[in-house]
Design a protein around this ligand. Structure first.
Ligand code: PLP
Length: 243
């Protein structure tokens, strides 16, 4: 936050927006940060008059434990991007949400004054129908409450197997994301590819980011499936990095 403040002090007038992936930076290796960091970024963006964009394409739609990851920080960004989970991964759709004030800058009754920006497949009806069905499912089945139980239920399996394991550091969890890192001495070269190949023998579709092993499973499995998944990941680890 101190670095961001220095940057905004130095270059604020030339910066339109700060974009963050709140709570979990997924492609950076499932790097998790505290909700207070997200709040701090909001405070700085307000202080320097800079928009805050939350890229929730991976962490949104319940993945982090709340529907929007930003909810855990108790703030709203100026823009939220969604994709992936909004259709349960079944059809391609991406969404940009923004505040009324920003939306009004795009909108005008006169075509000549509106900011007409669109794509060939904007608002594709079939993809939107998949999205509204997913949202209905969240409401009808209280998916978030069920996920909270599932995500805590599977933690003992991970912790018991990995506690004190010298191959592994930083076992972590946020909502329906579990991750750990394999120590650099033990991972060796091409770890990600070896793990991916071995995972397939254990009927897992898993692809570590560098030395970070992570799982982001679909939500609607029976509870024992998540424990079975954890056990298969651990068996894969034993195969790739023997004790
Ligand atoms: C997948 C992903 C994207 C790209 O999303 P598209 O819908 O393919 O444009 C952007 N940001 C994050 C965090 C992602 O996980």
């Amino acid at each position: 936050l101190a670095d961001l403040e220095r940057l905004l002090q130095a270059r604020g007038p030339h910066i339109a927006a700060v974009i963050i992936e709140p709570l979990v930076q997924c492609a950076a290796g499932m790097a998790m940060h505290a909700p207070s960091y997200v709040r701090g970024v909001r405070v700085l963006c307000d202080a320097f008059g800079v928009h805050l964009i939350a890229d929730e394409i991976a962490v949104g739609c319940g993945r982090s434990g709340t529907f929007f990851a930003c909810e855990q920080a108790g703030i709203w960004p100026d823009f939220i991007t969604l994709s992936k989970g909004i259709t349960g991964g079944y059809l391609p759709l991406s969404v940009v949400l923004t505040r009324d004030a920003v939306y009004q800058a795009f909108w005008d009754d006169s075509m000549a004054r509106g900011f007409l920006h669109s794509h060939s497949y904007t608002g594709n009806p079939l993809a939107c129908r998949a999205a509204t069905t997913v949202l209905q499912r969240f409401a009808d089945d209280d998916v978030l409450a069920r996920n909270a139980l599932l995500s805590q239920g599977v933690m003992p399996t991970w912790s018991a197997a990995l506690a004190g394991d010298e191959r592994v550091t930083a076992l972590r969890q946020r909502g329906m994301i579990w991750a750990f890192d394999v120590s650099p001495e033990r991972a060796g070269v091409d770890f990600s590819e070896w793990f991916h190949q071995a995972g397939r023998r254990h009927e897992l579709m898993i692809r570590p980011i560098g030395r970070t092993v992570y799982v982001m499973p679909p939500y609607l499995q029976a509870a024992e499936v998540y424990v079975d998944m954890a056990e298969r990941v651990l068996a894969t680890l034993d195969e790739v990095v023997p004790r």
